[in-house]
Design a protein around this ligand. Structure first.
Ligand SMILES: Nc1ncnc2c1ncn2[C@@H]1O[C@H](COP(=O)(O)OP(=O)(O)OP(=O)(O)O)[C@@H](O)[C@H]1O
Ligand SMILES: [Mg+2]
Length: 140
C-alpha cells in the first residue's frame, strides 16, 4: 500500500512522523530515500519524538549508526551516505539490528537497497513547489 502526503511545512512533517511512530512495531525497518535536505533527518526526529525517545537525533557524519533507547521501542538510526561497501555494514553488525527488537530508520537507503530485509517500509521524500513543501510517499 502506497500513501502520498503533501507536507506544506515542518509541522506537517512532524505530524506525519508521529503518526508513523504510532504504527511501528519491533523489527520494523524504514528505508528513507530522498535528495540532500529533503528532510530525512527531520522526519527521523519526528518519528523519535513519536516513540518518546529522550535523546537528540543528530545528523551523523562519520557514525553509521546511533542507538537511542528510552522510548516505546529502541530506535536505531542509520545514515549510510558514506558506506562504500558491504564490509562496512558487516563491521557494525548491520544485519543484527533487524533482530534486536527495535526500529531501524535508514537514511540514504537507496544506496544499500539490496541489503534491506523483506518487509522494509520505503519512505520517499522530495521537494514540492514551495520552499518548505515536501512530497512524501510511504509504501508499507
Ligand atoms: N516540510 C518540511 N519537512 C522537513 N524539513 C523541512 C520542511 N520544510 C523545511 N524543512 C527543512 O529542510 C531541512 C531538512 O534537512 P534534513 O537534515 O532533515 O535533510 P536530510 O534529507 O536528512 O539531508 P541529508 O541528505 O543531508 O542527510 C531542515 O533544515 C528543515 O528545517
Ligand atoms: Mg540527514
Amino acid at each position: 500500500m502506497t500513501e502520498t502526503f503533501r507536507l506544506k511545512n515542518e509541522e506537517d512533517t512532524m505530524a506525519l512522523g508521529r503518526s508513523i511512530a504510532e504504527k511501528l512495531r519491533a523489527g520494523d525497518v524504514l528505508a528513507l530515500r530522498g535528495d540532500l535536505g529533503t528532510g530525512k533527518t527531520f522526519l527521523t526526529r519526528a518519528i523519535a519524538q513519536g516513540l518518546g525517545v529522550p535523546s537528540r537525533i543528530s545528523s551523523p557524519t562519520f557514525t553509521i549508526v546511533q542507538e537511542h533507547e528510552g522510548g516505546r521501542l529502541p530506535l536505531y538510526h542509520f545514515d549510510v551516505y558514506r558506506v562504500s561497501d558491504e564490509d562496512e555494514l558487516f563491521e557494525i553488525g548491520f544485519y543484527e539490528y533487524f533482530k534486536k527488537g527495535g526500529v531501524c530508520v535508514i537514511e540514504w537507503a537507496d544506496l544499500i537497497e539490496d541489503m534491506l530485509p523483506e518487509g522494509t517500509v520505503f519512505i520517499d521524500l522530495a521537494r514540492g513547489e514551495e520552499e518548505n513543501e515536501r512530497i512524501c510517499t510511504v509504501t508499507w
